[in-house]
Design a protein around this ligand. Structure first.
Ligand code: ATP
Ligand code: MG
Ligand code: MG
Length: 355
């Protein structure tokens, strides 16, 4: 059977390999800087766990393979400028924006977008890195080094942040998971809850938006769409042409995780709608030491990535899927007691939103 090669050897590639094991599909994550040569067979396929990569010996070989799935999509979505153009072209609601060109002055941005404007670097930003707030009352100017490198967005006074993970197979069939409610602290995803009954009212709108994108791009595999909920409607914040952190809950919470869906789609295997198993909560482990006591908590499933712990770094996540809300609350309370700052805030957000 053909192999699935993954550009990148981080936790996402590792979880794809893990998900593909029961199917006996061999998934091979490749580190960009791998010195060992990679030798692909003609019928192998290539995918990626990230949207942007440096040109190295390994990435050159992988990205030139004729079965590199979604090859054209990566550069288009990796640049926020072309990503925003695509959303506008498809008339999908997104925060109003402007390109920060070589001579763009903050005054023009305030005039077009309002008195608080968020600059986002066109490429490479993640976890809120690569953002800069411009505030008219404080007279903030576009900083040096941001011209031609950023877009500017209107500040959206959103009610909450949600995301949709969807997949398209080679025949063009679409599959969606329920929306997840996400909490970000300082730009980093800390927790997701899915499904949530009160989000069912915007599920159809979300599926229409992502469906339009997947179809128009002739995309194959899993894509994630981060949105702001503003009243009864959604606005797209950003797109990720890959499996996504806010979809990790599908590992314990559904019959087919986002990782398995992605592998099935790119490998051309049959797909089906994932069955939701219960109420799920995903807690991201950001800069915290591993604590094996977590393993003693009923329903808790630990994914520890084996990375060195550093402040602000994603080093793992915990999924909990339970149908008994009392048990879910008690497991969350038990977990909460072993976490440092800022986690008390995270666990209380989870408790408030599960009510
Ligand atoms: P990720 O790690 O999700 O890839 P990122 O660095 O690419 O993050 P965004 O998702 O664009 O950045 O923004 C990070 C967070 O900043 C959002 O989740 C949201 O909380 C806030 N944010 C982004 N854009 C806006 C906006 N236009 N108005 C208000 N808040 C925003
Ligand atoms: Mg991003
Ligand atoms: Mg984001």
């Amino acid at each position: 059977m053909s192999k699935v090669w993954v550009l990148g050897a981080g936790q996402l590639g590792a979880m794809m390999r893990h998900a593909a094991t029961p199917l006996n599909v061999e998934v091979v994550p490749v580190d960009f800087n791998q010195s060992q040569s990679v030798e692909l067979a003609d019928d192998d396929v290539v995918t990626a766990e990230i949207e942007l990569w440096p040109e190295t010996n390994a990435t050159k070989v992988l990205s030139k393979h004729p079965h590199f799935i979604n090859r054209e999509v990566f550069p288009r979505l990796a640049d926020r400028f072309t990503q925003k153009q695509l959303l506008d072209e498809l008339q999908i609601a997104t925060a109003p924006w402007q390109l920060v060109d070589s001579d763009t002055q903050s005054q023009a941005l305030y005039q077009a977008l309002g008195e608080t404007v968020l600059l986002k670097r066109r490429t490479g930003g993640y976890d809120g890195r690569g953002q800069y707030w411009l505030k008219q009352p404080e007279g903030t100017e576009v900083p040096e080094g941001w011209h031609q490198e950023a877009i500017a967005e209107q500040k959206i006074p959103f009610d909450e942040e949600v995301s949709l993970v969807g997949a398209r197979d080679k025949e063009g069939n679409l599959y969606f998971y329920p929306l997840a409610l996400n909490l970000h602290v300082n730009g980093i995803l800390m927790a997701s809850i899915a499904p949530l009954e009160r989000l069912s009212g915007v599920q159809a709108e979300a599926e229409e938006m992502l469906g339009k994108l997947l179809t128009s791009l002739e995309y194959v595999g899993v894509m994630a769409m981060e949105c702001f909920r503003v009243g009864e409607h959604l606005m797209v914040n950003e797109l990720a042409p890959r499996v996504h952190n806010s979809g990790h809950w599908t590992q314990s919470g559904t019959s087919i995780s986002q990782f398995e869906s992605h592998i099935r789609a790119v490998a051309g295997l049959p797909m089906s709608k994932a069955v939701v198993k219960g109420q799920s909560v995903m807690i991201n482990l950001i800069g915290v030491e591993r604590n094996d006591d977590w393993l003693a908590v009923e329903g808790a499933e630990l994914y520890w990535y084996g990375k060195e712990v550093r402040v602000g770094r994603k080093v793992g996540h915990i999924n909990l899927t339970l149908n008994d809300s009392q048990q879910l609350n008690s497991s969350l309370n038990q977990l909460a007691s072993s976490f440092p700052e800022p986690y008390p805030e995270v666990f209380s957000w989870v408790a408030d939103n599960l009510k």
